[in-house]
Each structure stands twice: as structure tokens, then as C-alpha cells.
Ligand binder design. Structure first.
Ligand code: ATP
Ligand code: NMN
Length: 262
């Protein structure tokens, strides 16, 4: 995988986003600046892919709510979009397959010169005008250093999946307080083998806000102002999520009309 300043890149972040924080979206901006400044490619789009409801993680609210919050949080972005594909599947999808699906879709979209695919619903995460400007597009996994470190958790990731993610796509890792991605890669034979496909980006303006922190503050009735998008906070209160008080519509079914639609 050779990257030059003309390589077209799309970034995809997989995670819970329960709720999405400004830092989830900031990761994309930090990564794009780094990639472009270092002449590693041209970032043509960003995808936020929330995990399926069946991914049993503490504090995970329904995908309907998570997708709605992501769309609200991304309202002012002209290049990062939600993909709700993972949430629409029958069950949890491994990250390798999530990347494969999106890469295949991009490839067929770019190859479709006779416009067949244009008769179908084109998902919002396909960047506008991409057909005119792009030859090939390389989809890379964007993550925080904690996700990279989870690769070492026994039984969590299949080696063949990591080989495919690292070998075929590559990853862009944003540093996070308390992590040392360089050391972590050095300690792993597998990661060291694919070192050139791992881009580490130092986040010089550290901000360790996490969904866990936001959930904690909300459940204690404390303020999240300036830590969370005002409109996302308003949505959370409206639906009484994360231990806030409103008891109406905890599964988000009434918001299927409107904000939650792709
Ligand atoms: N402050 C941050 N700095 C760098 N990366 C982050 C930060 N917050 C989240 N991420 C990254 O965002 C991606 C999506 O993560 P996820 O929603 O699972 O994150 P989280 O905020 O850490 O969630 P939780 O607190 O519920 O575990 C992951 O790759 C994670 O490493
Ligand atoms: N084997 C795998 O593909 C695998 C394992 C663990 C987490 N993940 C993904 O990582 C993301 C973040 O997960 P956590 O919030 O648990 O850190 C999720 O999108 C999840 O699907 C993938």
C-alpha cells in the first residue's frame, strides 16, 4: 500500500457513539490535517459507523437514538457523514466486514460508468462529486489509541481480521491520554509487520472527553455544557437518555420519522 499526496482516502470510525462527543468528530479533522500536511493523501470523505444494538456494551442506547444524535452532531460538517449500515444488519458485524462492505460499495460506485447505481438510493456517506475527481479510493479505519490497544485483548479480534484491516485498508490512530501507540506497536509482532500501514497522529490539543464521562455527568444530573454539542444534549434530555429525567420514548421509535432517517 503506497500512499502519495494524490492518493484518495476515506476515513471510517467504528464505535458505540453513545452518545457521540465532539471528540469523535474532531478525530476526523485532526486526521485529515495530518494526512494532507504530511503528503500522505487527499481525504475525500469521512464515515461514522455506529455499532449494532446487539453489541452488548454498558450504556449503549438504541441505534435509532445514536444515529439521530450523530446526524445532529454532524449537521455543520460538509464532509463527515453517518452510515447506518451496521445498525441495519441482523446482528453485530466484525469491523473487517464493515470496512469491506463500505470499500466494495465505493469501488462499485466508482466503476459504475453507465449510471446503473444512480437509479438506487445513494447513501449520504458517498462524497458528492467523487466520481469526477477520484480514481481509486482507499478506505482506512480511523480510531483512538485505546481501540488500537484493544487488538491485544485475548479473543477480541481475529488475527486474520487484523491482517486484512492492516494489510488491505490501513489504520489512522489518534493519540489519547494514557496511551503510547508507538510502544504498543513495537511490542506487537503483527502490528510491527504492518507498521507502514499505520499512521499515528499526535493530538497536540488533548481532550479526553469520552462517552463514559458524558454518561456519568448526565446520570448525576451534572452539566455537560461545552463538553457536548448543545443540540445533542437537548436531544438526550428530550428522550430522557442516560439517566436524564424524561420518561417518554426510551427506544426512540417516535423519532424514526425525521432526524433518525438516513
Ligand atoms: N477523546 C478521545 N481521543 C481520541 N479518540 C477518541 C476519544 N474519544 C473517543 N475516541 C475514539 O472514538 C472511537 C469511537 O469510540 P467509542 O464510542 O467506542 O468511544 P468512547 O467515547 O471511548 O466510548 P466509551 O466511553 O463508551 O467507551 C474509538 O476509536 C475511540 O478510541
Ligand atoms: N473483532 C472485531 O471486529 C471487533 C472487536 C471488538 C470491537 N470491535 C469494534 O470496535 C468498535 C469499538 O468498540 P468498543 O466501544 O467496545 O471499544 C465497535 O465498532 C466494535 O464493533 C470490533
Amino acid at each position: 500500500m503506497r500512499m502519495t499526496s494524490s492518493t484518495k482516502i476515506m476515513l471510517i470510525a467504528c464505535g458505540s457513539f453513545s452518545p457521540p462527543t465532539p471528540m469523535h468528530f474532531r478525530m476526523f479533522e485532526i486526521a485529515r490535517d495530518h494526512i494532507q500536511q504530511m503528503g500522505l493523501g487527499q481525504v475525500v470523505g469521512g464515515i461514522v459507523s455506529p455499532v449494532h444494538d446487539s453489541y452488548a456494551k454498558k450504556g449503549l442506547v438504541s441505534a435509532t437514538h445514536r444515529c439521530a444524535m450523530i446526524k445532529i452532531g454532524l449537521k455543520t460538517s460538509d464532509w463527515i457523514h453517518l452510515s447506518d449500515w451496521e445498525t441495519q444488519q441482523e446482528e453485530w458485524t466484525r469491523t473487517r466486514q464493515v470496512l469491506q462492505y463500505h470499500q466494495n460499495y465505493i469501488n462499485s460506485y466508482l466503476k459504475d460508468t453507465n449510471g446503473t447505481i444512480n437509479n438506487q438510493h445513494i447513501p449520504a456517506w458517498i462524497p458528492e462529486g467523487i466520481k469526477r475527481t477520484a480514481g481509486q479510493v482507499q478506505l482506512k479505519l480511523l480510531c483512538g489509541a485505546d481501540l488500537l490497544e484493544s487488538f491485544a485483548t485475548p479473543g477480541l479480534w481475529k488475527d486474520e481480521d487484523l491482517e486484512a484491516i492492516l494489510g488491505y485498508h490501513g489504520i489512522v490512530v489518534i493519540s489519547r491520554a494514557g496511551s503510547n501507540p508507538e510502544q504498543f506497536i513495537f511490542n506487537s509482532d503483527l502490528l510491527s509487520r504492518y507498521r507502514r500501514n499505520i499512521t499515528i497522529v499526535t493530538n497536540w490539543v488533548t481532550n479526553d472527553v469520552s462517552s463514559t464521562l458524558i454518561r456519568k455527568l448526565l446520570s448525576r444530573g451534572l452539566s455537560v455544557k461545552y463538553l457536548l454539542d448543545d443540540h445533542v444534549a437537548e436531544y438526550i434530555r428530550k428522550f430522557g437518555l442516560f439517566g436524564t429525567n424524561n420518561e417518554t420514548d426510551r427506544d426512540g421509535s417516535s423519532c424514526l420519522r425525521g432526524t433518525a432517517q438516513n
